[in-house]
Ligand binder design. Structure first.
Ligand code: DX5
Ligand code: ZN
Length: 219
């Protein structure tokens, strides 16, 4: 049985002068998850927000499951701050050189779920040895750094490969996609094994966000 689909609206596409209001808009549409993109200007050529923003969202009443995507060259230095700020899941990229295994263990020790992320150019083989340690694998379907980019259909075989390993080994991690996701591209990803869908631009531009979320729930 495939895992039930989860939509994680991405706050990156919200109103950065009113992030708490954007988080509320996402929650009011139905999804329990909120995707928070953290960029450091080194691992990716852009900057967003930090742990204080997550803490402020909590103070403003957000009860969402904060799915926190760390696009950082040195994520190990920040996992504690994000856990204290109220993150529920911390995902770290495979590409930079640091102790991936130790950082995943530390995230768990801090009481959060942990995820590992692959850029489009990174083959799935690189995380094979980590699959039994994670709650989520995030397959980037764009080069990270910016919202609003076109979906990379050439990532579908990577999803099929990871879904196959998950099934063969009886593993339970969620398989998430991020970048260029709308209902049509989500359907293709769902057919390839994905169960968790980040949507920034398409969610915040949707005329009826409740209907949009309902369509994802039925994927
Ligand atoms: C991109 C971020 C994404 C971004 C997706 O680096 O990781 O989460 O918000 O935006 P859309 O859905 O607009 O492609
Ligand atoms: Zn993201």
């Amino acid at each position: 049985m495939p895992l039930a689909p989860i939509l994680a609206p991405s706050l990156l596409a919200g109103d950065h002068a009113h992030l708490a209001a954007s988080a509320r808009t996402a929650a009011d549409a139905g999804p329990a998850w909120l995707h928070c993109d953290i960029m450091d200007g080194h691992f990716v050529p852009n900057l967003t927000f930090g742990p204080e923003t997550l803490a402020a969202l909590r103070r403003a009443g957000s009860k969402q499951f904060l799915d926190t995507h760390l696009m950082l060259a040195e994520p190990q230095k920040y996992v504690e701050a994000f856990a204290k700020a109220g993150a529920n899941l911390l995902s770290i990229h495979l590409e930079p050189a640091y102790d991936h295994r130790g950082t995943l263990a530390r995230i768990r020790q801090l009481g959060c779920q942990c995820g590992i992320v692959l850029n489009p150019g990174t083959p799935a083989a690189g995380i094979e040895r980590l699959l039994d340690l994670v709650d989520l694998v995030l397959v980037m379907t764009v080069q990270p750094g910016f919202g609003g980019q076109p979906f990379r259909r050439d990532m579908l075989p990577k999803l099929r490969q990871l879904d196959g390993w998950r099934r063969d080994r009886g593993l339970k991690f969620r398989l998430e996609v991020d970048g260029g996701i709308d209902l049509a591209t989500a359907r293709e990803c769902r057919a390839a094994g994905a169960d968790t869908f980040v949507a920034g631009t398409s969610f915040f531009k949707a005329a009826d966000q409740t209907a949009f979320a309902a369509a994802f729930a039925a994927l």
